[in-house]
Design a protein around this ligand. Structure first.
Ligand SMILES: NC(=O)c1ccc[n+]([C@@H]2O[C@H](COP(=O)([O-])OP(=O)(O)OC[C@H]3O[C@@H](n4cnc5c(N)ncnc54)[C@H](OP(=O)(O)O)[C@@H]3O)[C@@H](O)[C@H]2O)c1
Length: 259
């Protein structure tokens, strides 16, 4: 029997960018625990195929939606699709993200805008557009949750160049606090998770550079694993995490603490 403190069965969640990497790890953990989970990717067929696999493997409900969150109308369109299917949204995981590593002279306006729009603009406007659904799911005993996926790249300056990426993630952490102040009265708790390196399309944890950095700088000496992100998201989404609000939680094996 599920421990009531961590029980999230019956909730409805939206995980943007749930087709890959950290988003897929998160979605899997939610589906496994009986959360009706919507995932998004830019391509309808891809999102549908990942959703069907997760639903079959975890014996739960997972639905794929297509959403390009780099465009100005992306968040509104996605919120419209979800609102047509659901009355309430208990958990919004703003995870979809894009990165770049151009050097200072090489960053283009297009790179800058794309990274900022996907990583920072979309989470804000998704919260704005999904507020009615979040409010309907919220109560004093069990607030609705917004979980923004930031990055340790927004907490420190890495040895490689990632100007718009780092700025967008620092923005996500700041936005998390600003939303916390505004949404508490509606019983919506907002937190950010700042992951260190996790295996994904964005981060090749088997590359020599990442391996070296993990061994040198991460006290626990390993990259993140699916259970690490799954555990923190389940904690934040459950009764156990209901009083955690306004935090940016590094999920990095001690990297930021030991800098
Ligand atoms: N992995 C790490 O080491 C690490 C560390 C710190 C923070 N993060 C953060 O974790 C989040 C997930 O990244 P990841 O590492 O798991 O990367 P990933 O494997 O590349 O996954 C990125 C996800 O975002 C979606 N996405 C990309 N561009 C999009 C767009 N324009 N519109 C809508 N969706 C878009 C992708 O969907 P489709 O490709 O299917 O369209 C995919 O589902 C990001 O916010 C990232 O910054 C990752």
């Amino acid at each position: 029997m599920a421990d009531p403190l961590f029980d999230i069965q019956g909730k409805v969640a939206l995980v943007t960018g749930g087709t890959s990497g950290i988003g897929q790890m998160t979605a899997r953990g939610l589906v496994r625990r009986g959360v009706k989970t919507y995932i998004t990717g830019r391509d309808a067929t891809g999102a549908d195929s990942v959703a069907k696999s997760l639903a079959a493997e975890e014996k739960g409900e997972c639905i794929g939606l297509a959403a390009d969150l780099s465009g100005a109308d992306g968040p509104q369109r996605l919120a419209g699709m979800l609102s047509a299917k659901e009355q309430r949204l208990h958990i919004l995981v703003n995870n979809a993200g894009a990165g770049e590593t151009a050097s200072l002279p090489e960053v283009s306006i297009e790179d800058w805008d794309m990274v900022m729009n996907v990583n920072l603009r979309a989470p804000f406007f998704l919260v704005q557009q999904l507020l009615p659904l979040l409010k309907k799911a919220a109560s004093a005993a069990d607030p609705a949750r917004v979980i923004n996926i930031g990055s340790i790249g927004g907490l420190h300056i890495p040895n490689w160049d990632a100007f718009p990426y780092g700025a967008s993630k620092a923005g996500v952490h700041h936005l998390t606090r600003a939303l916390t102040k505004r949404l508490g009265a509606s019983q919506i708790a907002v937190n950010a998770i700042a992951p260190g390196p996790f295996p994904s399309r964005l981060t090749d944890t088997s590359s020599d550079a990442v391996k070296h950095s993990v061994e040198t700088y991460i006290p626990l000496g390993r990259p993140g694993a699916p259970e690490d992100i799954e555990g923190l998201v389940v904690f934040l989404s459950s009764r156990a995490g209901a009083y955690v609000n306004g935090c940016t939680i590094p999920l990095d094996g001690g990297y930021i603490a030991a800098l």
